[in-house]
Design a protein around this ligand. Structure first.
Ligand SMILES: Nc1ncnc2c1ncn2[C@@H]1O[C@H](COP(=O)(O)OP(=O)(O)OP(=O)(O)O)[C@@H](O)[C@H]1O
Length: 283
């Protein structure tokens, strides 16, 4: 389990980013971390992975204090950052020199992920395109079999076939031991992949719900024209029609439109959260 408990963090004096932040991530689930630019997503991921230290409060990863950065913890964490530099060496050399830090690294899995992403395994890293480099890092990260896999904007730079390969690979890589956290702006890329949505805004978690709870409570409609305003939780213009979120009164679980949901939460998190039992979210 990953736990942030009463975390305060600031980059600059007098400008707190996180104040008393609490978050629990359970193994066996894929979390989607969403938020506008500057909301604090990357900082949160760095606190979880021991790359930033809380000013007060605790960040614990599988029982380890994240700030202690013990090798036993670090070999169980892999973070694919949004921006990265890869050295001008071959894939084989990279794997030979880096995989040793991950006790559970599987060469077979690595080859299978590369094949799934249609990447040649003999390439020199500096000659790969941005999207290919990203796929290489995702394949490497998965092959480490780290229990905590953090992906910051993983689909950024991936072409359309690669995005569906990515979804397929991630879904198959999850097991009951692993926690996968995916931070993104490309909310549609997370559809049918994540189990829980966590939304950050100005350093606060303003929404934290499972997809199952969301599809049980909310319905996403694409023609709300004529529906009384009091029945609408959120609406926006889409192709000349009013699309939005209403209460799910059918009792059937429907598709969660991540973009409408995100927009609705950003517009009025209180209204969206009001559809869920109060103890199920934290603000
Ligand atoms: N090294 C730093 N020094 C000072 N302030 C920083 C630093 N890194 C981030 N910040 C500030 O912290 C806030 C959160 O930044 P962060 O990168 O965590 O946001 P984000 O949600 O990941 O944004 P984006 O979606 O644009 O990547 C921003 O206001 C940013 O300016």
């Amino acid at each position: 389990m990953i736990k942030l408990n009463g975390v305060d963090f600031r980059y600059k004096k007098n400008k707190p980013l996180f104040e008393n932040l609490n978050l629990t991530l359970q193994p066996g689930f894929i979390y989607g971390l969403l938020g506008k630019n500057g909301a604090g997503k990357s900082s949160l991921l760095k606190l979880i992975s021991g790359m930033l230290f809380p000013d007060s409060g605790e960040a614990s990863v599988f029982g380890f204090d994240a700030t202690a950065r013990k090798p036993a913890m670090l070999q169980d964490i892999y973070l694919v950052p949004e921006e990265f530099n890869l050295p001008a060496i071959s894939m084989a050399t990279y794997v030979k020199t880096t995989a040793v830090f991950y006790e559970k690294f599987s060469h077979n899995q690595f080859s299978a992920y590369l094949a799934e992403f249609e990447l040649a395994d003999d390439a020199k890293l500096s000659t790969l395109s941005y999207g290919q480099k990203k796929k290489f890092l995702i394949a490497f990260g998965l092959a480490t079999n780290a229990r905590l896999l953090i992906l910051d904007e993983p689909t950024n730079g991936l072409d359309i076939p690669s995005k569906s390969q990515f979804r397929k690979i991630m879904a198959s890589a999850l097991d009951e031991e692993k926690v996968i956290v995916i931070s993104t702006h490309q909310v549609r890329d997370l559809e049918n992949l994540i189990d829980t949505i966590v939304v950050l805004e100005n350093g606060k978690i303003i929404f934290n719900q499972s997809i199952a709870a969301i599809s049980e409570r909310l319905a996403f409609e694409y023609n709300l024209n004529g529906l009384p305003n009091e029945e609408i939780i959120y609406a926006e213009e889409l192709h000349g029609r009013k699309a939005g979120i209403v209460r799910n009164i059918s009792g059937l679980d429907g598709r969660v439109d991540m973009e409408l949901l995100f927009n609705g939460i950003i517009k009025d998190a209180g209204k969206v959260n009001g559809q869920f039992a109060p103890h199920q979210y934290e603000v």
